[in-house]
Design a protein around this ligand. Sequence first.
Ligand SMILES: Nc1ncnc2c1ncn2[C@@H]1O[C@H](COP(=O)(O)OP(=O)(O)OP(=O)(O)O)[C@@H](O)[C@H]1O
Ligand SMILES: [Mg+2]
Length: 416
Amino acid sequence: MKTIIESLHLEGFRQFPELDVLFNDGFNFLAGPNGCGKTSVLAGVSHCFATTFTHSRFRENAEFWVDMSIGNKKFRVGTGKGAGISTTYRSSSLKRWTTPPPATNRTSISNYQTPEIIGSDVPLFIGAQRSIKYEQIQGLKREASVEDSISAYSNRTTQSLYGEHSPSIKQWFINRYFVIDKDWAQEERANWNHLIEQLPYLAPFDSNFSYVKTERDLEPIFKIYGKECYLEEVSSGFQAILLIICTIFQWVEETRAPGERLVRTATGTVLIDELDLHLHPEWQFTIRDGLSRIFPNLQFIVTTHSPHLLASANNNEVIIMPARTNPNEPTRLAPANRSYSGWNTDQILSDVMGVRSLENKIYEKLVSAALKNVREKNLKELKGVMIELHNVCHPDDSILVVLTAELAALEALDHD
Ligand SMILES: Nc1ncnc2c1ncn2[C@@H]1O[C@H](COP(=O)(O)OP(=O)(O)OP(=O)(O)O)[C@@H](O)[C@H]1O
Ligand SMILES: [Mg+2]
């Protein structure tokens, strides 16, 4: 039974007069210039499951919902018009609960019903703050009941997105250290083994990132590039990855009933703001496949500024948001029916992510000067430009190779 967020509808919310976004059931990469509204889309989804609305301004008569499916049941979850949302900065509240408008073969439910009806299918939100601060763990901490965990996750969807609440992954590590050998902890043990097995595959291939041990002082120790280090000493990139992965493990284990806690088979939606944050470009290329190896049945909706991540996306996974939308027309976004794996970084930056300043890059200027000199057969000028191009280009750059051949041809003509 798979859980999927199929689409989002927002009206009178933040900067969007009206916005509809379709999602696919695997990976979704939201890309676009700064300020186009990527995080706001995640915030919009977070409000559909929350019972308090922090961090957003709404217009009067705002409405917002997601259409989702849980197995073969379909739901519309959120708030319809007429809720009387106050429009005060940072303290929006509802005068009354309203269900979103009905849709064929879908049950419309209001936010406050989500813990009860959606239960463990409440999505997980991971914000753009990824550092692990030092804390001393005293020992095993009693874990909350599934019901309490579900209502805690629903109450703080938006706060988690903005880094105001993040569960302690160190406490989770220590709890696992104490329980995994108990006979009642079979699923936790299977998850733990899965995590330990997969960690080395996630990291750059020569780093051998692995968990080593936890000793009497309850400080987990890892190994990177052959050196042991404590959790908080691990560098930002590794911390970012650990935080994402362990937060997802913890969410699956806390919100599912025993018998449904295996991470490998768990379904649901995880929304992550700025997935590429702190990651080395090599990691940005591999993180998509790493995540789908560890969590093969989860749906991911992530925002990114990384052309490398976009190059790793498959067909139907990239949703491009324009810098500005027409305020008088509804905006409809959907995953592009293509992939960008054959595009180079500059092409993705300029044509997909709308970066304009590339035209001013020294490389671009030199290439146009060189092409002009080739056209005008100006050998002397071309030679000068080619020296500069060699200084800024990778030796295998295909345009450099072509221009070098053009220069050789002009030199041959000149000798004749
Ligand atoms: N709480 C809010 N209420 C109303 N409008 C908001 C609110 N927060 C942001 N906005 C508007 O939404 C715009 C987009 O913000 P958002 O954070 O979603 O962009 P983004 O695409 O995530 O940008 P970045 O790439 O810089 O993270 C802001 O420029 C602002 O106009
Ligand atoms: Mg953002």
